[in-house]
Write a protein that binds this ligand. Structure first.
Ligand SMILES: Nc1ncnc2c1ncn2[C@@H]1O[C@H](COP(=O)(O)OP(=O)(O)OP(=O)(O)O)[C@@H](O)[C@H]1O
Ligand SMILES: O=P(O)(O)OC[C@H]1O[C@H](OP(=O)(O)OP(=O)(O)O)[C@H](O)[C@@H]1O
Ligand SMILES: [Mg+2]
Length: 285
């Protein structure tokens, strides 16, 4: 049976989370740090460790069948590549920034100006869509330094917390796109490998759903159960089990990770006690 070839970043911001999600879906890899290729145990998958920026070309050529990669890199270099799943980590945005002290009235201010970036296609498409022409300086790293050394009037780069912009006295003026890590697929994947990929996608969805959810357990007097059930969303309806103490029940439900703090006060007011919130490893719907 042929193996699905998946590319992951060799080292850098995506590496650890990429390996973690593979592990969570049951793909475990014995890999000496220096190996560039490794086979998974118990699953028809081979992992290739590559530079994030090189992965779109490998996907286009069919050298690898799928990859975990930043969506921003696909937008820059991967016109023909499809996104199979968003993976919920490495969230960032690609932005244009100018020196803090510069007045900025709108994108037309960049007409005829110099913009330093590692994402020339992304910037070019954006400027064209706004009818603006600028001179692009392509640099591969430390882009934020460019205005301070007189290399450019503006930059276009990745922003996450904004601290790199802040430290370099820059301000964000345009957000071109938002990005996160994705599972990307080669345009020339075979049917046999697509079958393996379908299994992987199913497992990824189960893991991501689990990560976004929490299992909640609480105790409440029986006459409060109806009110509590209305507060708890639950997958279908909450499970209600009698406690050893008469007149009391235990209520179990699944809620979104983000919902918990919003409903906790309402649950306590409604009479809930002994509230436990537990992580969920996987969730198959
Ligand atoms: N500050 C950040 N916060 C969140 N995600 C980021 C941040 N910087 C980059 N990313 C995301 O992680 C990806 C990899 O970034 P990283 O800096 O590790 O590698 P790189 O230098 O762009 O690529 P290569 O592997 O080719 O050297 C980026 O393409 C982007 O999607
Ligand atoms: O908004 P922030 O949270 O400060 O993150 C943004 C910075 O992170 C990335 O750089 P990275 O640290 O990956 O360095 P690199 O340029 O060497 O890839 C990106 O290129 C920005 O410089
Ligand atoms: Mg980087």
């Amino acid at each position: 049976m042929s193996k699905l070839r998946i590319a992951v970043q060799k080292s850098g911001r995506l590496h650890d989370d990429s390996m973690q999600i593979l592990k969570d879906i049951g793909i475990s890899i014995d890999n000496g740090k220096d190996q560039l290729k490794a086979s998974a145990k118990d699953f028809p998958v081979e992992i290739f460790y590559l530079r994030n920026g090189d992965i779109p070309q490998y996907l286009k050529d069919g050298v690898v069948d799928a990859a975990i990669i930043g969506e921003n890199v696909l937008i820059e270099k991967g016109e023909t590549i499809t996104v199979a799943e968003k993976l919920g980590f490495s969230s960032c945005r690609v932005c244009i920034a100018v020196p803090k002290t510069k007045k900025y009235n709108g994108i037309q201010d960049l007409d005829g100006k110099r913009i330093a970036t590692s994402y020339p296609n992304t910037v070019k498409d954006y400027l064209e869509s706004k009818g603006v022409q600028a001179n692009l300086h392509i640099i591969n790293g430390s882009v934020e330094i460019a205005p301070n050394i007189g290399l450019a009037d503006a930059i276009c780069d990745i922003v996450s917390s904004g601290s790199t912009l802040f430290k370099n006295n820059l301000k964000e003026v345009e957000t071109i796109l938002k990005s996160e890590a994705v599972l990307a697929v080669s345009p020339i994947i075979s049917e046999e490998k697509q079958e393996i990929l379908n299994t992987i996608q199913f497992r990824i969805r189960s893991v991501l759903k689990g990560r976004q959810s929490r299992y909640i357990l609480l105790n409440a007097p029986n006459d409060k159960i109806e009110t509590i059930k209305e507060i708890l969303p639950g997958m279908r309806s909450p499970t209600v089990l009698p406690l050893a103490e008469t007149g009391w029940s235990s209520v179990h439900s699944v809620i979104s990770k983000n919902e918990f703090w919003a409903i906790i006060d309402r649950l306590k007011e409604a009479g809930a006690e002994g509230i436990l919130v537990c992580p969920i490893e996987k969730m198959v719907l």
